[in-house]
Design a protein around this ligand. Structure first.
Ligand code: 5GP
Length: 205
């Protein structure tokens, strides 16, 4: 498949603040953000089509059946998936596309897009993670507990990720991620057009 853009996969513990990091990256650098589909109920303030495409389980299964997802996974009690069309179109246009997904999805994306950058965002320690999850107030104590247990599972897969970025200070974290994305776009093998132009220009000097 033709693929000129950059695919950036951002994962992290629930509560590590990766959603905020991703929003900042989109605002500040204009990256394309893939909006996932989910069977989870909207949290207060979440908007359908902007935060997620909120689906019934049947609708979600339908999308699986017609190959509508690049990847999908079950997380705690719900399904989440990355709609295929948007990502493929944006990559074809040469855009940098951000996916904010969990680790099963990240592995799945990597197997299809070996060039994808996989980043893991974490709090600086477990205490901060617990505080942030409980302080959010959107989950019941049981759900918070489930998410902590899920984090314990996820950390076992940390080797899947090329980069681990601490989100202690939001702006620093955003700039760290941006530096990684920038470095990737400067890789020599991504600059073949420029290099060709330089070579042919210099031949006639
Ligand atoms: P939340 O319910 O907190 O919005 O998301 C729960 C988890 O699902 C987070 O780790 C989030 O990154 C992940 N997630 C969101 N969208 C997708 C998706 O399209 N695919 C996968 N695999 N995970 C997703």
């Amino acid at each position: 498949m033709e693929n000129n853009g950059n695919l950036i996969v951002i994962s992290g513990f629930s509560g590590a603040g990766k959603g905020t990091v991703v929003k900042k990256l989109v605002e500040k650098y204009g990256y394309s953000l893939s909006v996932s589909a989910t069977t989870r109920a909207p949290r207060p303030g979440e908007v359908d089509g902007k935060d997620y495409f909120f689906k019934t389980t049947d609708e979600f299964r339908n999308m699986i059946d017609y190959n509508g997802f690049i990847e999908w996974a079950q997380y705690v009690e719900n399904y989440y998936g990355t709609p295929r069309r948007f990502v493929e179109d944006e990559l074809r246009k040469g855009s940098t596309v951000l996916l904010e997904i969990e680790v099963q999805g990240a592995k799945n994306v990597l197997s299809q897009y070996p060039d994808a950058i996989l980043l893991f965002i974490t709090t600086k320690d477990v205490e901060t993670l617990k505080e942030r999850l409980s302080g959010r107030g959107s989950e019941t104590p049981e759900q918070v507990q489930k998410r902590i247990r899920r984090a314990a599972e996820e950390v076992k897969d940390i080797d899947v990720y090329e980069y681990v970025v601490v989100n202690d200070d939001l702006d620093t974290c955003v700039e760290d991620v941006q530096a990684i994305i920038k470095a990737r776009s400067c890789e020599r093998h991504r600059q073949s057009e420029l290099i060709q132009t330089l070579k042919s220009g210099l031949q006639s000097v």
